[in-house]
Ligand binder design. Structure first.
Ligand code: ME8
Length: 641
């Protein structure tokens, strides 16, 4: 029988900065689904990539003193490194700046224009550069603030092309009705349906206000607006519109296609994308899963508030599997998840180290101790608990499968832990250490330990899409042949004989709770080093603009019209100049005479209360005192620098 195909995609990420656990969640999530499908025998294709065009990229690159291309190259490089760290097995990494993508986007746009699904008009609206979205007055928060990111929006009016969404409103509603599992979860589907029923407005699909994008072929002053550009990646990456459409024919037109997106970009994928595809004559045969968000205890993850968690801070310290486990476990199917240092450490200590790691470790240690690392397949069952263990295992496998098929990864993980708990309970019930004391109970003891290894083998298979190193570690320590690590080998009793390692290693060492919580808290709130602000600096060139010289006061009088001021005649070497200074509270005119002071010679002359002032003398001061800077060893006109 031909293998079924499964094509899965992440959103393509904006290169606006380093990716955090939120973006990483989507990618790890897709990776686990892809690995599950592979385990189930599918021919899979996993696409991820970067959304590299748009005004925001242009702006960020400029701020960082890079060209947009240099900027996106750097971020794409860092992103690939992150996926390597998280062991993401993607098949392709598309970048919207690649010619293979740009060329096809150009053509898609022209096709839509040619068939009058795109037309030229004017757009006026409040635009958020950061989110690359327009908002209506009613959507904005007070002060024309973007409702998504909280930044100020800009009122923009420009010529723009529009996609006729309104024309396809009825078609889309009918499509959603006829394909009830097109959008999941159900709550998200309801959101989309009610949005459409409120009436779709034609979508602005081009900009003239920036350059960094795909130009409209027939009118190059327009750049294709980022969503038409971005969404097309899902088919351009497969070679749609190119000479070689093998992948497109195989995977897009294949058995299953799944787009996984965050809830914030649901509308784009559930409305604009199917309409675009339908309009250009591409079959709309994808499913959409919109997941919730990772939040911090007190709200959204926010770089500006210093509340962002990065996997590359955690993985080197806690390992790949701890990170993957937490990410996949803590976002439920249709809700948000919260990251706290306490929960992160608790999941490692309780779920991974105590429940799972310990089960494996105890089992191996007992086999080593009682049977010199070797077991044989028991001839029969000795305890009623044996059947209970097997029943729990079978029920967990069924529920796991059902959940994974519906993208409920967090819930599927819980079913694995049900089996883990049942296995730990089985040890308490059968008490192998008591059996070991009785020489007549060797067969029972062998059987108990065999059942535990079989349960662990099953657990290892179910964990393959979730914990990459730990599932492998489990198979290695139990010496499970690769033929019994497959989905088809989920059948109790297939192990003929067992020979476990005599050097067991803890998969997840227990962590010092307080110390590690403090470590992560510190990562989240690094002690801020006061860095001098750039605008406080002047360059040496700025300083040398000042002409500072020694000036000797020849004579001095009180200012006729201002109590605080003295008027001095100062010899600066080249000539005598009049300088007005606010020092009368600290110096009498008599005291001034003969002082050799530091004078700024090239200060623009001003008239102060009727007296010309052709420079300034320098003084130091605090609230109580003022002291003129004197250089009594030098002569008038000597340079000060
Ligand atoms: O939206 N928790 O890119 P993006 C969970 N370029 N998911 C999160 C998250 C969080 N805290 N923060 C972000 C874009 N995400 C577009 C996509 S696709 C044709 C174009 C998710 O880099 C977010 O929900 O802003 C989205 O799914 C993904 O990261 C990419 O976000």
């Amino acid at each position: 029988m031909a293998q079924k195909t499964f094509y899965i995609t992440t959103p393509i990420y904006y290169p606006s900065g380093k990716l955090h656990i939120g973006n990483s969640f989507t990618t790890v999530f897709c990776d686990s689904i892809m690995r599950y499908k592979k385990l189930r025998g599918y021919d899979t294709y996993y696409l991820t990539g970067m959304d590299e065009h748009g005004q925001k990229v242009e702006t960020v690159a400029k701020e960082l003193g890079r060209s947009p291309q240099e900027h996106v190259d750097l971020i794409a490089h860092d992103t690939k490194k992150l996926w390597e760290l998280l062991d993401i097995e993607y098949d392709d990494f598309i970048r919207t700046t690649q010619p293979r993508h740009e060329k096809v986007v150009e053509e898609i746009f022209e096709q839509l224009l040619g068939q009058d699904d795109i037309y030229l008009g004017h757009y006026e609206g409040h635009y958020c550069i950061y989110d690359e979205s327009f908002f209506t007055e009613t959507q904005l928060e007070d002060g024309n603030i973007c409702p998504d990111c909280g930044r100020p929006t800009k009122l923009v009016k420009e010529e723009s092309y529009f996609l006729r969404l309104s024309k396809y409103e009825d078609w889309l509603l009918q499509f959603i009705e006829e394909n009830p599992d097109f959008i999941t979860p159900e709550t998200r589907k309801n959101e989309v349906v009610s949005f459409i029923k409120n009436g779709l407005q034609d979508l602005s699909v081009s900009r003239t206000s920036f350059d960094w994008g795909v130009n409209v072929k027939s009118n190059p002053k327009h750049v294709v607006y980022v969503w038409v550009d971005a969404l097309s990646n899902y088919i351009t990456a497969l070679g749609y519109g190119s000479k070689d459409t093998t992948l497109y024919d195989k995977y897009w037109k294949g058995d299953e296609v799944l787009h996984v997106v965050g809830k914030d970009i649901l509308r784009f994928h559930a409305i604009y994308w199917p309409i675009m595809l339908h309009a250009i004559g591409v079959p709309v045969n994808f499913k959409l899963y919109a997941h919730g968000w990772y939040l911090m205890k007190d709200g959204k993850m926010s770089k500006s508030k210093g509340k962002v968690v990065y996997p590359d801070d955690l993985v080197p310290h806690y390992g790949l599997d701890a990170m993957r486990y937490f990410l996949l476990k803590e976002i439920p199917y249709s809700g948000d998840g919260v990251f706290t240092p306490e929960d992160f450490i608790a999941r490692i200590n309780y779920d991974l180290a105590n429940d799972f790691g310990n089960l494996l470790n105890r089992t191996i240690n007992m086999i080593n101790k009682y049977f010199n690392s070797k077991l044989t397949k028991p001839e029969k069952s000795y305890f009623p608990f044996d059947e209970e263990l097997k029943d729990t295992l079978q029920a967990s496998i069924d529920s796991y499968k059902e959940d994974m098929d519906e993208w409920k990864v967090s819930s599927a993980i819980q079913h694995i832990w049900t089996t883990i708990s049942r296995s730990n309970k089985y040890i308490d019930e059968t008490m192998p250490w008591v059996l070991a004391k009785d020489h007549d109970k060797q067969a029972e003891l062998n059987s108990v330990l065999y059942n535990l290894v079989e349960a662990l083998r099953h657990i290892g298979i179910l964990l393959k899409p979730i914990l990459i190193n730990a599932s492998q570690g489990l198979f290695e320590q139990l010496n499970i042949p690769s033929t019994l690590q497959t989905w088809d080998s989920l059948d109790f009793g297939l192990l003929k004989e067992i020979h476990v390692t005599d050097k067991p290693q803890a998969l997840f060492p227990r962590l010092d709770k307080k110390k590690e919580e403090a470590f992560i808290t510190e990562l989240l709130n690094p002690v801020k080093k006061e860095e001098p602000k750039e605008e406080n600096f002047i360059t040496i060139d700025d300083f040398t603009k000042l002409e500072l010289v020694v000036g000797e006061v020849q004579s001095c009088k009180a200012h006729p019209n201002a109590d605080k001021l003295l008027v001095s005649q100062v010899d600066t070497g080249d000539r005598v100049r009049q300088i007005v200074s606010g020092v009368s509270k600290y110096y009498t005119p008599e005291e001034m005479v003969g002082k050799k002071l530091v004078v700024i010679k090239n200060l623009k002359p001003v008239t102060l209360r009727g007296e010309l002032s052709e420079g300034m003398v320098l003084a130091g001061s605090n609230k109580k005192a003022l002291q003129l800077v004197e250089l009594d060893q030098l002569k008038p006109g000597d340079k000060v620098s």
